[in-house]
Design a binder for this molecule. Structure first.
Ligand code: ADP
Ligand code: ADP
Length: 226
């Protein structure tokens, strides 16, 4: 069963900024798809439409086999990780990770189980009582990923999750994402302008330009390496 289907999706900001045009893509269950392309080509807008953070101007979006055009972000089977982490500054790491589950009225012991498990996977157990400002950039990014993991979504959406990290940390987090993906065995839609990230993470690469899909293929096909 296909997990995410974008059928002729379009986005117009205001009266005439056509950010995304005729976007057609079927993302398979457990596939890792990467959107690449120059700044302003429509990558984030497309991801945010899948997340429900941006209204869809035209077309149909399916997650699972459900039409979700009018479904609120909270009720979509997705979790998103942002470039700037978007952690709640006044909450502890534990509460940051637990918050979305609390809103959804998940029982307390189940919340605790999921947060502790995600913290263990991400190696942040010893920071659970700290506030985000007491963490390094890499630790904050782990918390942001942990917050997505505890939701146990069918689809992970990631918008340049590593671009605020220095080069060394970016390399190690990239390797961690690869093992995380194996461990979670779920669908990822990932936005980046980093070719190495796209090549090493993606099953398929979607190259965008001026709001249009320019090319879709495996990393080998798109980046022309043997
Ligand atoms: P990126 O290139 O990493 O996607 P941008 O700098 O284009 O980041 O956008 C950052 C934020 O500003 C996003 O939330 C985007 O929706 C918003 N944004 C981008 N362009 C405009 C614009 N022309 N008018 C209003 N908001 C914009
Ligand atoms: P990318 O993620 O590839 O950098 P975006 O999806 O952020 O591209 O932006 C695509 C186009 O839409 C750009 O021309 C950008 O300026 C415009 N845009 C993005 N967000 C907004 C917004 N909130 N309001 C108006 N224009 C926007």
């Amino acid at each position: 069963m296909a997990k995410v289907i974008l059928k002729n999706i379009g986005k117009i900001y205001g009266k005439n900024v056509e950010a995304v045009k005729n976007f057609n893509l079927t993302i398979e269950d457990k596939e890792f798809v990467v959107f690449v392309g120059p700044s302003g080509c429509g990558k984030s807008t497309t991801l945010r439409m899948i997340a429900g953070l941006e209204e869809i101007s035209s077309g149909e979006l399916y997650i699972g086999d459900k039409l979700v055009n009018d479904v609120q972000p909270m009720d979509r089977d997705i979790a998103m990780v942002f470039q700037n982490y978007a952690l709640y500054p006044h909450m502890s790491v534990f509460d940051n990770m637990a918050f979305a589950l609390t809103l959804r009225k998940v029982p307390k012991d189940e919340i605790k189980r999921r947060v502790l498990q995600a913290a263990e996977i991400l190696d942040i157990t010893e920071y659970l009582e700290r506030k985000p400002k007491e963490l390094s950039g890499g630790q904050r990014q782990r918390v942001a990923i942990g917050r997505a993991i505890v939701r146990e979504p069918q689809v992970f959406l990631m918008d340049e999750p590593l671009s605020n990290l220095d080069a060394k940390l970016r390399n190690s987090m990239r390797a961690e994402l690869i093992s995380l993906r194996k461990r979670l065995n779920t669908t990822f839609v990932y936005v980046t302008h980093d070719q190495t990230e796209a090549m090493t993470l993606g099953d398929r690469i979607v190259v965008m330009k001026d709001g249009l899909i320019q090319q879709i293929g495996t990393p080998q096909e798109v980046f022309n390496f043997p």
